[in-house]
Every structure is written in structure tokens, then in C-alpha cells.
Ligand binder design. Structure first.
Ligand SMILES: Cc1cc2nc3c(=O)[nH]c(=O)nc-3n(C[C@H](O)[C@H](O)[C@H](O)COP(=O)(O)O)c2cc1C
Length: 332
């Protein structure tokens, strides 16, 4: 059974990633997969309250289905931002309860919120009250520091679900709040997928999405036997062509397979348009597609040309021509 087009589903998604999943990156990913759910970078409630809202919230219409991820811990502020998400036409608003960075901890949100399920429930309730049907979801870890008991995450999910959250995206490792960098916190605490599977067994009515360390399609298929969805972060970013088969394999679409050269030329057209209309340098866009040729003969040289800042003043179609000439002819 495949999900119906247009009906919200969480079968596959690309994770929210600061500095990575900006609108240019999402535009690129959408050329490769039409059905996969995409997430923004985390935006803090303070940035939306006091900063440049269009800069944080604008996106290309092609990006749907698209979720806005929020960082914050004050119910009123989160409600305000949920209203913005509605007004901007997002398909979901997601609350970050998984980020362990020191900066985020000082703001008292992110992963440390897992220690305060009642506060998260208040936040979710305030968001759901103004969401007008827009799904309010939570992304979290399976534990904090050395707390490895299943009861901790089970009670967190139970409390937050009672406040109206129906979708939980679970990064299957603990967050260690002291002594590890955010990067180490994505690598060192062990992955425990069994905990996520157990959540699905205990809360069959909820949508449970597994995240963390998933690197290939067979692993996705395996996890989908236990949970409702799988979210990929780093692998989707570094090896985006992995997503090229997803619409057919995981959504039952019979659209033709995308083609790397067609995707690259669509990106070149997009870069030219952004440069012409908004003065955005092509390098701001191209940096997200450096994994497009991953695994092809000549990919290293292709990638070097697309990341060569000395070519900054050249128009993107010329850079593309140079990059393509570095590829093995069979791969162009
Ligand atoms: C560069 C980078 C930035 C990230 N930024 C966020 C973020 O803004 N919000 C969030 O919830 N998780 C963030 N994450 C964590 C990812 O969403 C994801 O949970 C994590 O990378 C594990 O998934 P993976 O093993 O598939 O990469 C970030 C990860 C990376 C690599």
C-alpha cells in the first residue's frame, strides 16, 4: 500500500539541517524526488519575532510538501510562529527537541526540552490550538545523557501525544548535553533502533518516523517494516542521487527516473535566474549539489570545478560546461 499523492504522509523525508537545507538545497532535492517531505533548517522563534520574516520563511512553490522546523520553548512564541507557518503555506510545523548545541541549551530549547515533557506538551497544545489543522510534529532523541531507560522516551511521547502531537520523528540515539559537540552528538551516542520500533508498538495510533544513520534503500525498506517513516540527513545531502529511485520504489509512482544531466541543467537555469533577479552568486546554490555526481567517473574534478571560487564571476552555464567536460563522456 502506497500513500496517496496529496494526503500528508511521512514515509520519507530529508532532515532539517542548519546551513544545509536552505531553500536552494530543497529546490535541488525536489528535482530528484517529488514525494519526499522536506524540512527547513531550524528557525528560532526569536528570529521570527524580531528578524526578517520573509528571509527566514520564503520558499519556492515547488518545495511542497515542506515543513518548517522551529526552535523555541515558549508556548506563546511558538503559537505566533505556527500562525506564520500557516500564513506562509507550510505543510507542517515541527518543534525541535533534539538539538544538543550549547547555544540552543542556553536558549533552553532543543534536546534539553526532553527533560521537561510537561512544558513541551504546553508548547504543542498552544501550537495545535492555532494550527487550524496544520500538523504539529516533534523531532526528538531517545534519551538525554546516560539515561537509557525506555520509560523516559515512552513517557515523553505519551505526554506530548496527549497534548495533540500525532507525529514523532525520533533520532535513534541519546543526546549527551555535556562534553560533546553537536557533530559528536550525531556520531558517538550509540544508535538504538529497537527503541524506536518499540515506540511504534506501544503507540500504534501515532506516526513514528525513524532517523539516524540510515544510508541506503535496503535499510529504509527494512525500517519501514517497523515504523511509518524514515528521515535521512547526511546521506541525502552528500549522496543525493540515492533519492532518485524513491518515488518509484517507496511511493509506487510510475514517473520516469530522473536524469542527472537534466537535474544539473535545471539547477543551472535556477542559478542564472537567481543571479539575474536577486544577485545571488551561483556558488551559494551550487554548494548543495556537489554530491550529484557521487560515484561517477570524473566526479572529483566535476566537483572541484563547481566549488572553485575563482570561477565566481563566470556565468553558471559556463561553469557547468567546464564541469561536464571533466566527467567521463558516458556519465554526462
Ligand atoms: C549540518 C547539520 C545540521 C543539523 N541541523 C539540525 C537542525 O537544524 N534541526 C534538527 O532537528 N536537526 C539538525 N541536525 C540533525 C539531523 O536533522 C539528523 O537528526 C541527524 O543528522 C541524524 O540523521 P542522519 O544520520 O541521517 O544524518 C543537523 C545535522 C547536520 C549534519
Amino acid at each position: 500500500m502506497f500513500p496517496e499523492p496529496g494526503v500528508p504522509d511521512w514515509r520519507l523525508s530529508v532532515a532539517p539541517m542548519m546551513d544545509w537545507t536552505d531553500r536552494h538545497c530543497r529546490y535541488f532535492h525536489r528535482l530528484i524526488t517529488k514525494r519526499t517531505r522536506l524540512y527547513t533548517e531550524m528557525v528560532t522563534t526569536g528570529a521570527l519575532r524580531h528578524g526578517d520574516q520573509p528571509r527566514h520563511l520564503d520558499y519556492n512553490p515547488e518545495e511542497h510538501p515542506l515543513a518548517l522546523q522551529l526552535g523555541g520553548s515558549e508556548p506563546d512564541e511558538l503559537a505566533f510562529c505556527t500562525q506564520l507557518a500557516r500564513r506562509w503555506g507550510y505543510d507542517e510545523v515541527n518543534l525541535n527537541c533534539g538539538c544538543p548545541s550549547e547555544r540552543v541549551q542556553r536558549g533552553a530549547f532543543g534536546a534539553c526540552l526532553m527533560n521537561e515533557p510537561a512544558l513541551v506538551a504546553d508548547c504543542v497544545k498552544a501550537m495545535v490550538d492555532v494550527a487550524d489543522g496544520l500538523p504539529v510534529t516533534v523531532k526528538h532523541r531517545i534519551g538525554i545523557d546516560k539515561e537509557e531507560g525506555y520509560g523516559f522516551v515512552r513517557d515523553f511521547v505519551g505526554t506530548v501525544a496527549a497534548a495533540g502531537c500525532r507525529v514523532f520523528i525520533v533520532h535513534a540515539r541519546n543526546a549527551w548535553l555535556k562534553g560533546l559537540s553537536p557533530k559528536e552528538n550525531r556520531e558517538i551516542p550509540p544508535l538504538r533502533y529497537e527503541v524506536v520500533y518499540q515506540l511504534k508498538r506501544d503507540f500504534p495510533q501515532l506516526t513514528i518516523v525513524l532517523n539516524g544513520g540510515v544510508q541506503d534503500n535496503d535499510a529504509i525498506a527494512h525500517h519501514l517494516q517497523h515504523v511509518d517513516g524514515v528521515m535521512l540527513g547526511r546521506e541525502a545531502y552528500h549522496n543525493p542521487w540515492l533519492m532518485a529511485g524513491w518515488d518509484r520504489r517507496f511511493y509506487g509512482e510510475n514517473s520516469p527516473a530522473p536524469d542527472r544531466a537534466v537535474v544539473e541543467s535545471a539547477m543551472v537555469a535556477h542559478m542564472s535566474q537567481l543571479a539575474g533577479r536577486h544577485g545571488i552568486p551561483w556558488s551559494h546554490v551550487a554548494r548543495h549539489m556537489l554530491g550529484l555526481r557521487h560515484g561517477q567517473a570524473g566526479a572529483r574534478k566535476w566537483r572541484q570545478i563547481w566549488s572553485d571560487h575563482r570561477l565566481k564571476t563566470q556565468p553558471p552555464h559556463e561553469v557547468s560546461a567546464a564541469a561536464l567536460s571533466a566527467l567521463d563522456p558516458a556519465a554526462r
